[in-house]
Design a protein around this ligand. Structure first.
Ligand SMILES: Nc1ncnc2c1ncn2[C@@H]1O[C@H](COP(=O)(O)OP(=O)(O)OP(=O)(O)O)[C@@H](O)[C@H]1O
Ligand SMILES: [Mg+2]
Length: 430
């Protein structure tokens, strides 16, 4: 078993255990020469060691050659739903019968153990390497979160150390043959992104992409970019697309997340302004308005208004009007200005789909469950104890209005990578 101590996590080939605090990493051009190397016991070895091609790349290439498609879920912006999309994409692909791996390279903020319901799990090792943690027999997960003794403890690592662990995840984890390796990345275009892209690009896939889009590179690596509708997010996300261009990573498409709020009616509350209480003031205001004192009228009427909770009455009326129907409410939370659409057309990338804000999806993430529901049919939220049911405080709600949107995105991902599900007779090994 791999120890859950940070000491072992830090035992990376790139940064010797006894290295100085700001070690640039043994593979760096600065190894043995940087200011931080002064006094380090490894200094002379590092300074004289050959700096040729990274020897890890051959091992990474071998492991990754058994992985057909590597999907990097990226965004220039934090908190837009990368981990949620990664988790639900992995669940959905596995449910369709693909062999799926989910790799969390958000070293400082790993969300994947929680979102896959794997908190407290540990990584084991065998002669084949580190074994990932399995959700199902065709869904394997790896995250630094499995290696930390205390989930609340901050991981304060500089780039070389993060890079070393990411390489280990690719090189030392026994992923086996996979149809898809979904990689959940931290926000931005930093060390982690450069390292994972370089490592994956160095690995050539044995898998062809029959019928697949030309956007999928020879290494089988491509990016799914996540944004939200606001300009502030899209501005940062444009940089991510530019990063992909610069490093030669094809963009499979863009997911616009949190695109409007869709929520079951039961979750809404309604208030009414008690105009009866306001009537005398309103009448007085009307008189004022007639005499031209419009400013005073507004103040008088506002002061007299009382908000009353009429949720029960409204729900009863709607239930009477729409018997047996499940009603949802759609609201545009963020500006629906089409910033993501514009970005896609400006930058020549395709929109994979729009996922609304959906309490069921947030609940599924918190519960570590798929919104696609348990094997054998049904949707998670439709069942007692399902994701959405838990999140709704025990009230059974639909798996979520996000479900059709998410599934349409999964369809496109599968279509654009040329994959087939078990139902179609074509996953790995079939
Ligand atoms: N469409 C959605 N509907 C409801 N909740 C959502 C939706 N998308 C994401 N969330 C919630 O928003 C929060 C942030 O999502 P998530 O952690 O996936 O973002 P992230 O981009 O991975 O963040 P970070 O940049 O910190 O890694 C989570 O609590 C998640 O459950
Ligand atoms: Mg995340």
């Amino acid at each position: 078993m791999v120890s859950s101590s940070t000491a072992e996590v830090s035992a990376l080939p790139d940064v010797p255990q006894n290295a100085n605090q700001h070690c640039p990493g043994t593979s760096s051009d600065q190894a043995g020469k940087a200011a931080a190397c002064a006094g380090c016991p490894n200094q002379s070895v590092c300074a004289t060691a050959p700096k040729g091609p990274d020897p890890d790349l051959a091992a990474i290439s071998e492991r990754m050659s058994a992985v057909k498609h590597k999907l990097l879920v990226l965004s220039g912006k934090g908190g837009v739903g990368k981990s949620t999309v990664s988790a639900q994409l992995a669940f959905a692909l596995a449910r369709r019968g693909f062999e799926v791996g989910l790799l969390d390279i958000d070293i400082c903020g790993p969300s994947i153990p929680k979102m896959l319901g794997l908190e407290g799990q540990e990584v084991h090792s065998s002669n084949l390497g580190w074994s990932p943690v399995y959700v199902e027999d065709n869904l394997a997960v790896m995250s630094i979160g499995f290696m930390l003794p205390n989930p609340d403890e901050a991981v304060i690592w500089r780039g070389p150390r993060k890079n070393g662990l990411i390489k280990q995840f690719l090189k030392d984890v026994h992923w086996g043959s996979l149809d898809y390796l979904v990689v959940d990345a931290p926000p931005g275009t930093s060390d982690e992104h450069i390292t994972i892209t370089q490592c994956l690009q160095s690995a050539t896939s044995t898998a062809a992409t029959p019928g697949g889009s030309s956007s999928v590179s020879g290494s089988g690596a491509s990016a799914i970019i996540v944004t939200t509708p606001q300009d502030v997010a899209v501005i940062d996300v444009r940089k991510e697309v530019s990063f992909c261009r610069k490093v030669g990573l094809p963009v499979l498409g863009v997911v616009e997340n949190m695109a409007g709020l869709v929520t079951p009616l039961e979750r809404c509350s309604f208030t009414a302004t008690d105009t009866a209480a306001a009537a005398p003031a309103a009448a007085a205001a009307a008189g004022d308005a007639a005499s031209g004192a419009s400013g005073a009228s507004g103040a008088a009427s506002t002061a007299a208004e009382v908000d009353v909770d009429v949720t029960q009455q409204v729900l009863a009326l709607l239930a009477e009007r729409f018997p047996g129907q499940r009603l949802s409410v759609l609201a545009e939370v963020f500006r629906a200005g089409g910033a993501a659409d514009r970005m896609c057309s400006d930058m020549g990338v395709q929109l994979l789909g729009r996922v609304p804000l959906d309490p069921g999806l947030g609940a599924a993430a918190d519960a570590g469950l798929p919104v696609v529901g348990p094997p054998g049919g049904g949707e998670a939220g439709d069942t007692e104890g399902g994701a959405a049911a838990g999140g709704a405080g025990g009230v059974a709600v639909a798996a979520g209005p996000c479900l059709p949107a998410l599934m349409a995105i999964v369809d496109k991902v599968v279509g654009r990578t040329g994959g087939k599900g078990r139902e179609d007779g074509g996953p790995t090994g079939q």
